[in-house]
Design a protein around this ligand. Structure first.
Ligand code: NAD
Length: 297
């Protein structure tokens, strides 16, 4: 039986997009142009195409300009770098996102490090990674920032809480840990070599699972009343041969122990694009020198 509060990321993301739309309209008035987000897709990966379409639609729905570039899978690194340089120099473009993963012949790090850090709305450039770890204003990767927004909304102050992040990727685990540290949590990063993962998870007031293993974290691992944020998106075989999406947490068992939990789908997932739009709007204000109370977004 589910006793945990269900953290509704879909509803939260809707509210965030509404605030973004309001502020995008005031930005347009103040700057005399719309905030602009450029998304570059190389190749025709079906999942990436869905993401890119959805990003474009939501950008426009929030009153921002969407620039979409679809390049063939065999685009050379030199051509892609030239495109990034062109977007760096374009004053109508505030944020640049090159959809990952890229085809194997393209060096992702090289592409990321060519992006102007002040337009790097994904927060992957080493300058932004450094800014996050030293507490300077920059851009924070969208998914972990979305998780922090949900946690703050549910818990208020996170100060002094014991947080365990499972996963140490550059995209989710590491920036998530930095953000929790900045909120004054006591942070543990667990990963594939962690001994006694179960015991580590059991001491957490906040569990963030970003592993990519379907339903790995069991309810019996969770401290009663803990807040569980499930970043995992895994497609598994469901009933009648249909596939279904599940997280990294075994929702049924965890929801009977946790104080609050994000579902999959409808938890962290919807936050990612909403936070991307937030980052793009922040970039626009900074680039155009228009004041913004960033904390209100
Ligand atoms: P990744 O593969 O880069 O990293 C996975 C991490 O999990 C690694 O650091 C690894 O050490 C750890 N790990 C693997 N097996 C483990 C085990 N048995 N025990 C403990 N730790 C283990 O993945 P990622 O990019 O960080 O993504 C993680 C999950 O989050 C995936 O399911 C991905 O689809 C999902 N994701 C969701 C969003 C979103 O918008 N909601 C965004 C990004 C990623």
């Amino acid at each position: 039986m589910s006793t945990a509060e269900i953290i509704d990321g879909k509803a939260f993301a809707e509210g965030l997009r509404a605030r973004i739309a309001e502020m995008a309209a005031s930005f347009e008035q103040a700057a005399g142009r719309k905030a602009g987000l450029a998304v570059v897709l190389v190749g025709a990966d079906p999942a990436s195409e869905v993401y890119v379409r959805s990003k474009g639609k939501q950008t426009v729905a929030c009153g921002m300009e969407s620039f979409e570039y679809k390049l063939p899978a065999d685009t050379s690194e030199a051509d892609l770098l030239a495109m990034v340089e062109q977007l760096n120099a374009d004053p109508a473009v505030d944020g640049i996102l090159v959809q990952l993963p890229l085809p194997g012949h393209l060096d992702e790090q090289k592409i990321i490090s060519t992006t102007n850090p002040d337009k790097d709305v994904d927060g992957f450039h080493v300058t932004n990674v450094g800014r996050l770890s030293t507490g300077l204003p920059g851009f924070v990767p969208c998914t972990p920032l979305g998780c922090i927004m949900l946690l703050r909304d549910r818990l208020g102050s996170l100060s002094g809480l014991e947080a365990v992040v499972i996963g140490r990727s550059n995209i989710v685990g590491k920036p998530m840990a930095q953000l929790l540290l900045a909120e004054s949590c006591t942070v543990t990063i667990a990963h594939s070599r962690t001994k006694d993962l179960e015991g580590v998870v059991r001491r957490a007031d906040i569990v963030v699972a970003a592993v990519g293993r379907p339903e790995m974290v069991k309810g019996s691992w969770i401290k009663p009343g803990a807040t569980v944020i499930d970043v995992g998106i895994n497609r598994i075989e469901g009933a009648e041969g249909k596939t279904k999406l599940v997280g990294d947490v075994d929702f049924a068992s965890a929801a009977s122990v946790a104080g609050a939990i994000t579902p999959v789908p409808g938890g962290v997932g919807p936050m990612t694009i909403a936070v991307l739009l937030r980052n793009a709007l922040v970039a626009a204000h900074r680039n155009a020198g228009v004041a913004l109370d960033e904390a209100s977004l």
